[in-house]
Design a protein around this ligand. Structure first.
Ligand code: IVH
Length: 670
């Protein structure tokens, strides 16, 4: 093995670890995404060529490893205790009194006040600066080994940062909470519903379910994040305060919640709590309280612990986000793709400080599964700004007068037929011109990630559709000021503002345009993938299912949906009209260098250094395409051991054949 290559790989790894940290942990990237991707591609190619260079803590390994049969268990060196709960301020003051009595002091105590994350507690073990093991809390004494799942979380350092201010300890056990941010949770559930999988009840369940995957490649696709809040065994570093521990963790590259604050007295802690309660729904993740910790580690040691929780800490919980109420009726809403969604109308009830009168029921299978009937007493739950949900029926309160709900067999808005396709959880209205669908499509079109048209809100969209002024989103660009001003409750000024907003929105990126079209299964991420691949809208418009299937991350469902969309005459017309109305494309950020762009590969026979699907992934990562059959359009046939008939075909058609070495050489140097 060439020493230069080894050195090169080490340099790339180090650079990627650093950029990863700057981007994900500090949110202060130093290089563009394209530059980061370029470094990553370079390392991927190098490791593909020389698999002996691959190390478990290489940044390329965050995609997940081979599935496990079961999780091994592991004993925590120091038990992971739980916390005593307090639900009101009196209990918090009593805790402070108890601590002072125990320590025989009447001086106010220094505490740290920390947001209490609602996720899954984990322990990460680092030896000489490398992540070697990660486990769940389990019962506090033994947990499950989930190292390969933890490695997929981008905010978990695989290698600790070396800085002048902190020496890297020879052993470091770090504790923290793994969670899924609320927005990402909503997306995840949407995808699951689209695939007829049952949604996760809340972000915590989603995080727990994702961490308990035996196949870490699934975990890698879940939007997990972590905040670290403590340590277990540490060898080679001494601390005197909890605050100092947190600062050190930060310096070593861990993500520590920026809202953790030192507080000089319990009264100050209460002020902190009140502030957090007021802001709790503004956080991008779920909080369920404040953790109060005595800061001085010497005092912590003197206080010690009870059987399951330390005497030096307390969880001051937020008011409950679950409440019981009565389900008054079930309405059915029609979405952008015609999906009929049942919505519960509830007797208004205050949940965690907000009045709730509606809750989503997802789909008819969910209603059946939970046996929800009209008139039932139900337990509902509100999490962050997620639409409230019905958790379960309170069966003991059934009177017999409750009514079983039937999904309508015609669209409640336009009266058209509804169908439920095989393998789908939802019924759909088949009428693409159903006013409800049109309204939702326009709302989506004008939304933030799409054309982002300020002022085109729900009410206005309804008016435009009901008045017959907009039959599709393409009509938005032909609206003039006089027409808009003629609508009810619309003044000259607001009409002008809307016209200005529409004009401004006409400059759009290809990705936003694709997303705005509202193609089924094409969310913001897939829209980006498509834009990156096809570069122009015109190129996408002539894509075939095969072209699409050749793209990493795109499967049959998306491919077919995209092709069905672009084959539709009405859609083609709408797109042309928008382009005529002056929609133009902004150039996207610099394209990633794709050394294999425009080249089509066919693989035959077994390769020594990688599996066929790894080879496919690598080719695609470098911009190439992989096809299953040889034709004149094939650029190269890669022949491994025991090649099949494709080799003969290649020779027949005159396609260049590469052996494994040449193939790898191409990935690195071409
Ligand atoms: S400290 C002995 N700090 O709450 C100290 N825990 O009810 C125990 N949690 O299992 C943990 N945020 O999952 C601590 N800032 C925080 C926390 C936190 C969330 C969770 C953790 C723990 C549970 C205890």
């Amino acid at each position: 093995m060439n020493e230069d290559l080894k050195k090169k790989a080490a340099e790339l790894r180090q650079a990627l670890h650093r950029h990863n940290y700057l981007y994900y942990v500090l949110d202060e990237p130093e290089v563009s995404d394209a530059e980061y991707d370029r470094l990553m591609q370079e390392l991927i190619a190098l490791e593909a060529a020389y698999p002996e260079l691959v190390e478990p803590d290489s940044p390329t390994q965050r995609v997940g490893a081979l599935p496990l049969k079961k999780f091994e268990t592991v004993r925590h060196t120091i038990p992971m205790l739980s916390l005593e709960n307090a639900f009101d301020e009196e209990k918090v003051l009593a805790f402070d009194q108890r601590v002072m009595r125990f320590l025989k002091t009447d001086l106010p105590l220094l505490y740290t006040a920390e947001p209490k994350m609602d996720g899954v507690a984990v322990e990460l073990v680092y030896e000489n600066g490398r992540l070697v093991e990660a486990s769940t809390r389990g019962d506090g004494y033994t947990g499950e080994l989930i190292t390969q799942n933890i490695r997929t979380i981008k905010t978990v350092p695989l290698i600790l940062l070396h800085t002048a201010s902190v020496t890297v300890p020879s052993r470091l056990e770090v504790r923290g909470e793994v969670f899924i941010p609320i927005e990402a949770f909503k997306q995840l559930n949407k995808q699951r519903l689209d695939k007829s999988e049952s949604p996760f009840a809340n972000p915590r369940n989603a995080a727990a379910g994702s961490l308990r995957q035996l196949d870490s490649r699934i975990t890698a696709k879940r939007p997990l994040d972590i905040f670290c809040y403590g340590v277990g065994v540490v060898t080679g570093l001494e601390f005197t305060s909890h605050w100092k521990i947190l600062q050190t963790l930060k310096a070593l590259g861990f993500r520590v919640n920026p809202d953790i604050k030192p507080r000089a007295s319990i009264e100050e802690v209460l002020v902190y709590y009140r502030d957090l309660v007021g802001r709790r729904h503004e956080f991008p993740y779920e909080l369920d309280g404040v953790v109060i910790k005595v800061d001085d580690l010497g005092l912590q040691r003197r206080l010690g612990e009870k059987s399951r929780s330390p005497r030096w800490a307390l969880a001051h919980k937020f008011p409950a986000t679950q409440e019981t109420t009565v389900m008054l009726k079930i309405d059915v809403q029609v979405g952008r793709t015609g999906a009929l969604t049942p919505v519960a109308h509830l007797e208004p009830v205050s949940v965690g400080g907000v009045t709730v009168s509606r809750a989503t029921l997802h789909n008819e299978d969910e209603i059946k599964k939970k046996d929800i009937r009209v008139g039932d007493a139900v337990l509902i739950q509100r999490a962050g700004d997620v639409i409230p949900e019905v958790v379960k029926v309170i069966i003991t309160r059934r009177t017999g007068a409750e009514q079983i709900f039937q999904m309508p067999s015609v669209c409640p808005v336009c009266g058209s037929k509804v169908v439920r396709l095989q393998g789908e959880a939802v019924r759909r209205c088949v009428n693409a011109n159903c006013p409800a669908q049109v309204k939702e499509r326009i709302k989506h079109f004008a939304s933030k990630g799409a054309f982002d048209i300020d002022g085109l809100g729900d009410k206005l969209v309804s008016q435009l559709v009901d008045e017959g002024l907009s039959k599709s989103y393409a009509d938005i660009f032909t609206l003039d000021k006089a027409t808009i001003a003629g609508l009810e409750r619309m003044g000259e000024k607001s009409a002008q503002n809307l016209v200005d907003a529409i004009t401004k929105s006409k400059q759009v990126t290809v990705a936003r345009f694709i997303y705005a079209l509202g193609i089924r299964h094409v969310g913001e991420h897939i829209a980006h993938v498509l834009a990156r691949r096809f570069k122009t809208l015109r190129a996408l418009m002539s894509a075939t299912v095969d072209d699409l299937m050749g793209i990493d991350e795109i499967g049959p469902q998306v491919s077919e949906s995209v092709v069905a969309f672009i084959d539709n005459r009405e859609n083609q017309r709408n797109i042309e009209r928008m382009l005529k109305a002056g929609v133009t494309f902004e150039t996207e950020e610099a394209p990633i260098t794709e050394p294999l762009a425009g080249k089509t590969f066919v693989l035959t026979g077994a390769l020594d250094s990688m599996t066929r699907s790894q080879a496919k992934r690598r080719i695609e990562a470098l911009g190439g395409k992989v096809s299953s059959s040889v034709s004149r359009r094939t650029t190269y046939v890669v022949a491994g051991k025991d090649p099949g008939s494709k080799l003969g075909k290649a020779k027949e058609v005159g396609v260049r054949v590469l052996d494994e070495k040449e193939f790898i050489g191409l990935m690195i140097y071409d």
